[in-house]
Unconditional design. Structure first.
Length: 325
């Protein structure tokens, strides 16, 4: 989830409260619910029977995103106050700092390890200077995370907001006890490293740092998924985002991403677009596009410049709709 200042308003048409309510997961929540259900079914086969936020400015209501496709509307000031008042314990490992509630030391250690494992390659992949300090917040459960971010409804498993990564404690969605075995070689610890949101959220952080401004939503979310796949092999697939159905047009993804009813499909299309761009120019396409964007180009302008004559096929989907994982 990447919070954007001045982002488009929450989707009221889908039943989400208006932004002034500082809330909430949309009834796009079903997209997350379906993902979590699919994840639970998949997991059942494996389980037994930067810095503190930048100074606040701009609108209080900010658009946010979860690691798995749920659009959220959060209150920036509430999040800042939450960080200031948490009173959590602090675990420091080099440049990585984890704020965590008592009783979750083992999960905090695992989160610190995940940051140390994924941050260097993610920031390197995206050409971003590594942060002098990177702060992550571990929320004990969904209710706690909702409260920290000013949300109601289904809590996301991960979030990124102004230099801070937020992660739902793995015991809250993978099962197990906070005091259990969360070592990276343990079954649940390894599962968190392979399927957790850390690499995805770090990609948001690295892109934010590289550009110094928010990227277009479709590109930001597509890139985070591509980088997640690079680091963990995870690709978000479920029946709702199969490509054997009418796809959203590029214009819809670019201009209406936050209001598209099938979020799972929108996210998979964004992933496929960025993946195809990354494979262009002998695998140099994404890096070339990021160079253009760092100079001020939009994602669309960068793609057009990098792809040249292949831009039309990329934009139409002909270049990727049959080949994306």
């Amino acid at each position: 989830m990447a919070v954007r200042e001045g982002g488009s308003p929450a989707r009221e048409a889908a039943g989400r409260p208006a932004p002034h309510r500082l809330a909430s997961v949309a009834s796009a929540g079903p997209a997350l619910a379906s993902f979590l259900l699919a994840a639970t079914l998949a997991l059942s086969a494996l389980l037994p029977p930067g810095s503190l936020p930048r100074p606040l400015a701009g609108p209080a209501a900010s658009l946010a995103r979860s690691a798995h496709g749920v659009a959220l509307s959060v209150d920036a000031h509430l999040v800042s106050r939450s960080l200031a008042r948490r009173g959590d314990l602090v675990l420091a490992r080099g440049p990585y700092r984890v704020l965590y509630p008592p009783g979750h030391e083992k999960e905090a250690e695992l989160l610190a390890l995940a940051l140390a494992r994924f941050a260097p390659p993610v920031f390197r992949d995206l050409g971003a200077a590594p942060p002098g300090q990177l702060t992550a917040v571990l929320a004990a459960d969904g209710r706690s995370l909702d409260g920290e971010l000013g949300l109601t409804g289904e809590a996301p498993v991960g979030a990124y907001f102004r230099g801070v990564v937020w992660v739902l404690a793995p015991s809250a969605w993978l099962g197990g006890s906070p005091e259990g075995d969360w070592s990276p070689t343990g079954r649940l610890g390894a599962l968190f490293l392979a399927r957790g949101p850390v690499a995805h959220e770090l990609a948001h952080a690295a892109l934010d740092r590289r550009l110094g401004r928010p990227a277009e939503t479709w590109f930001d979310e597509g890139l985070a998924q591509v980088e997640d796949e690079r680091q963990t092999g995870f690709v978000w697939r479920e029946p709702a985002n199969d490509f054997d159905q009418p796809l959203y047009s590029y214009e819809e993804l670019r201009d209406e991403f936050d209001r598209l009813p099938n979020e799972a499909l929108a996210y998979r299309e964004a992933y496929a677009l960025v993946r195809a761009l990354a494979l262009a120019k002998g695998g140099l396409g994404l890096g070339l596009a990021l160079e253009q964007m760092a100079e001020g180009a939009t994602a669309d302008e960068a793609a057009r410049a990098v792809l040249g004559p292949a831009y039309a096929a990329w934009r139409s989907g002909a270049a990727w709709s049959e080949e994306a994982p």
